[in-house]
Design a protein. Structure first.
Length: 301
């Protein structure tokens, strides 16, 4: 296929990915976009397919044979011809995709991706950016302790980054209520300042090491807070307002690590997305646990 990269869009965000890739797009198959050139800094992508190839197949058995000849582990992204694709997949080794227990490392075994674009043609990439099938990091959930499912964003981000707060470190949790993120941070042994005009869930507020500040995060003075190991934010606000808050803390130089959710209210604000992406030493990513939002990360600030 030449110099081509595959981009698998997160469910529901194909339009955002196509906006990022624009004139480079060659073909689209379901959520899979094939674009010319080496991998580019697209954000609305669940999984990159590196150097995909097209395989002409003579039969179901031949398709499975060709994939097995390349490598062992494959994840099927079924975009069309679903029954025929499933029959090919049945002849491939099974790939265990059990939910991960938080704290365990991400899988390291090579995992390729493939799809059937017509009855006689497979598009396959032996190497992908995500160790999880289709970039979908799934965890064994705790359905009793946390007050909401927002904690899964932190679990996923810390797992993918290979970095997380350490025992005794100080975390500033902005927009903390009802307390899912504070629950994760406290469980890691960190000290937490939870800031929100709304109170935490009483079960979270009573945990040792968590201090509540019932006020707006936007009214905080970074100098009054002092040095912080991690600033995390899952605040519901317009991206421009979050950017101004982040820039205030960056200017103060009091935070080592940032992890913030950029939540889009209505249409995707690509201009503010670009401003976040331009912050030196940072990165944007769309987590499987994200909805119409992105995660902005700056480690070792």
């Amino acid at each position: 296929m030449g110099d081509v990269t595959g981009y698998l869009a997160p469910e529901g965000f194909l339009a955002e990915l196509q906006h990022e890739l624009r004139d480079a797009i060659l073909e689209t198959h379901g959520r899979l976009v094939l674009a010319s050139g080496p991998p580019r800094a697209a954000v609305w992508v669940a999984n990159l397919w590196y150097a995909p190839v097209k395989l002409a197949i003579a039969s179901i058995g031949d398709g499975a044979k060709q994939l097995r000849s390349i490598q062992r582990n494959w994840a099927l992204y079924s975009s069309a011809h679903h029954r025929r694709a499933a029959l090919i997949a049945e002849q491939l080794p099974k790939v265990a995709a059990k939910p991960l227990r938080f704290g365990d490392p991400a899988p390291v075994a090579p995992l390729g991706s493939w799809t059937l674009i017509d009855p006689d043609t497979i598009v396959a990439a032996p190497r992908c950016s995500s160790p999880f099938p289709h970039g979908e990091a799934r965890f064994l959930e705790d359905k009793t302790a946390p007050p909401s499912r927002a904690y899964l964003k932190l679990w996923e981000a810390f797992t993918l980054l290979g970095a997380r707060p350490q025992p005794g470190e100080l975390c500033l949790d902005l927009g903390a209520s009802p307390g899912g993120w504070s629950w994760v941070l406290q469980g890691l042994g960190a000290r937490v300042i939870a800031v929100d005009k709304a109170p935490l869930d009483p079960r979270i507020a009573s945990l040792p090491g968590i201090t509540q500040q019932l006020q707006s995060a936007f009214a905080l003075d970074p100098r009054a807070i002092g040095p912080v190991d991690w600033l995390v934010s899952d605040i519901v606000c317009y991206p421009k307002r979050l950017l101004a808050l982040v820039e205030k803390f960056l200017a103060a130089g009091t935070v080592r690590n940032f992890l913030c959710t950029i939540k889009f209210q209505g249409p995707t604000d690509f201009a503010t997305q670009a401003r976040f992406a331009a912050i030196p030493g940072s990165r944007l990513m769309h987590l499987h646990a994200n909805k119409h939002e992105l995660s902005w990360v700056k480690i070792g600030a």
